[in-house]
Design a protein around this ligand. Structure first.
Ligand SMILES: Cc1ncc(C[n+]2csc(CCOP(=O)(O)OP(=O)(O)O)c2C)c(N)n1
Ligand SMILES: [Mg+2]
Length: 572
């Protein structure tokens, strides 16, 4: 009797329901996402309503490319996937470049796109496009959510896919009626935080770890290249331990820069080609044999080559390797150090001469550049700007490069002081990452200085989102190396077609970008005298500390180019 009464009473209670946007927000919360980068549209507004309930910050930007790059930047800074939310059709296509950039850079973020209602599928609804087909080749996972009850489940699934092997972006489209629909809370699967995936910290074959340890112990002239995945796996301290214990010279590229601080006895920078040419054992960690590595062709053919990567498919691609290890690069390096520690003589002392030889080369390499680094000429030599930026940077400065030639030049001078304090687009080479990366970096690290060096061409692509940085109090210091041209491309055109026909489609107007920052209520300065670079940077730093964006527009010589541009190495 009592049982029947309880059933009647329960039936009379209102059933708790939840809408799709609120399910998205619950799944984001479970993933630990603190912020979405977004640009609004009628297809996605219920997600905002959900984020309000779950205390997820909404940063609304002015172009969807910026939302996507910012989500990528957030992932790089936090080590956790980011999230961008954009509307159907043009919102999603605008964000594609950011997805593609993250795909090539192995950066995990989820792009959620709106879509026309399922009930209007293929009827020609507003902003309807085949997003999933478009996104498939540039994501690790792309799918449509078929029902409201599955929303949270599929958001978690998409995040899980982001972290499969080497990380990357995922895409989910949520049709409008699915997102706005409501389901009984009890019928929706909402994966719980920390309970929907395994650890990604996989260790390689123990026999191969021992092999690598033995190789390194016996090596006379080893060298190691620490790539982006060293940062992805937060493996800087174990990488340092390995090179110090075994006395191995280390080179760094991509986000691996800063793994060792400048001045460290194992930090090498300017002798990489020499080392690759003379080494007997070369260990490549977490970076593919792509164009940045000459596809692996420029290594001593007699060297024993070892490759460590999170992605099984990257090992042995484009050139043969003698030993390949797949897994979390931090765990692997740690295990190799431990395996090498067992030997009576780990060879560290024997290699002192090799390190001295390289150190001499470093000095000679720097000497060659000093004339340009210290140049007093006007228009300003872009090498001087690069040098000044490096001198100006502090322990905590996060350096971002966004541009062509002027930014390539900074790679000869700028040395971040810590891991995770260097950001570049990665192998897609996307112009326009600067402002969104700065936005994300400042959001994650409000206490740090964020310094972004732009080409004038690159700045104009997404620079308007400096306004977003002002609005959300995410101030950063921007510096433009202004040569009124798309100079990196211009060089190749002039070389191929001569002066007359080479200056076509690559010259830009003389824009005093400082005024742009002033227009936004920020600080701006024009610099034409090399002696004024440092004082202008200092004033910019103070302005940023006071809470506004700053933009120092430095007029640089359009006839000075980076060596890589002169050799056109990026196409070789
Ligand atoms: C989105 C995008 N469009 C075009 C290119 C091709 N590109 C590479 S470098 C470059 C010139 C960039 O000019 P700027 O930022 O002013 O730097 P500069 O080479 O002049 O120093 C261009 C157009 C690219 N990498 N990305
Ligand atoms: Mg330029």
């Amino acid at each position: 009797m009592a049982e029947a009464a309880r059933k009647v009473e329960e039936a009379a209670l209102p059933v708790e329901k939840i809408s799709g946007g609120h399910l998205v927000a619950k799944a984001l919360k479970a993933e630990g996402v603190k912020v979405i980068f977004t640009l609004c549209g009628g297809h996605i507004i219920d997600i905002y309503d959900g984020c309000l309930d779950e205390d997820i910050k909404i940063i609304d930007v002015r172009h969807e490319q910026v939302a996507a790059h910012a989500a990528d930047g957030y992932a790089r800074m936090t080590g956790r996937p980011g999230c961008a939310v954009v509307t159907a059709g043009p919102g999603t296509t605008d964000a594609m470049t950011g997805v593609a950039n993250a795909f090539r850079a192995e950066s995990p973020f989820l792009l959620i796109g709106g879509q026309g209602a399922l009930s209007q599928h293929k009827m020609g609804s507003l902003q309807d496009l085949p997003h999933v087909d478009i996104m498939q080749p540039i994501t690790k996972f792309a799918a449509t959510v078929p029902s409201t009850a599955r929303i949270a489940d599929m958001v978690s699934m998409a995040f899980r896919e982001c972290l499969n092997g080497a990380p990357g972006p995922s895409f989910l489209e949520i049709p409008r009626d699915i997102l706005d629909g409501q389901v009984e809370l009890a019928k929706a699967r909402i994966p719980a935080a920390g309970k929907y995936r395994a650890s990604t910290r996989l260790l390689a074959d123990p026999a191969d770890i021992q092999k690598l340890a033995d190789l390194l112990v016996k090596a006379e002239r080893p060298c190691i290249l620490l790539g982006t995945q060293v940062w992805t796996c937060r493996a800087a301290s174990v990488a340092r331990e390995l090179v110090r214990k075994l006395n191995i010279p280390a080179y760094m590229n991509g986000a691996g820069r800063g793994t060792l601080p400048p001045g460290d006895p194992h930090h090498f920078h300017r002798t990489r080609s020499y080392a690759f040419d003379k080494a007997d054992v070369i260990v490549i960690v977490g970076t593919p044999f792509d164009f940045r590595m000459g596809y692996g062709r420029r290594l001593n053919p007699k060297a024993t080559v070892v490759q460590i990567d999170m992605d099984y498919r990257t090992v042995g691609k484009n050139r043969d390797v003698d030993l390949g290890l797949v897994g979390d690069v931090g765990l692997i390096l740690e295990a190799v150090t431990a395996a090498a520690t067992g030997s009576a003589d780990n060879g560290a002392k024997r290699r002192a001469g090799w390190l001295e030889e390289l150190r001499k080369g470093e000095g000679a390499g720097l000497e060659k550049l000093m004339k340009d680094f210290k140049s007093d000429s006007t228009p300003i030599n872009p090498y001087r700007v690069a040098w000044e930026l490096n001198e100006f940077m502090g322990e905590d400065t996060i350096y971002i490069g966004d541009g062509g030639d002027v930014v390539t030049i900074t790679a000869t001078a700028v040395q971040p002081r810590q891991p995770g304090h260097w950001m570049d687009p990665g192998p897609l080479g996307t112009l326009g990452v600067g402002t969104p990366f700065a936005m994300a970096a400042k959001f994650v690290h409000p206490e740090k200085e964020v310094l972004c060096y732009f080409g004038d061409g690159a700045f104009a692509m997404t620079g308007f989102d400096m306004e977003t940085c002002m609005r959300f109090k995410l101030p950063f210091l921007g510096v433009v190396g202004n040569n009124s041209a798309m100079n990196q491309i211009r060089f190749g055109q002039i070389a191929k077609y001569g002066e007359n026909r080479g200056n076509v489609g690559n010259k830009l107007g003389d824009v005093p970008f400082s005024k742009f920052a002033e227009m936004l209520g920020g600080y701006g300065e024009e610099v034409r005298d090399p002696k004024q670079i440092r004082p202008a940077l200092e004033r910019g730093r103070e302005a940023v500390k006071s809470g506004v964006v700053a933009l120092i527009n430095v007029w640089v010589d359009p006839n000075v180019y980076a060596p890589g541009t002169k050799n056109q190495t990026m196409y070789k």
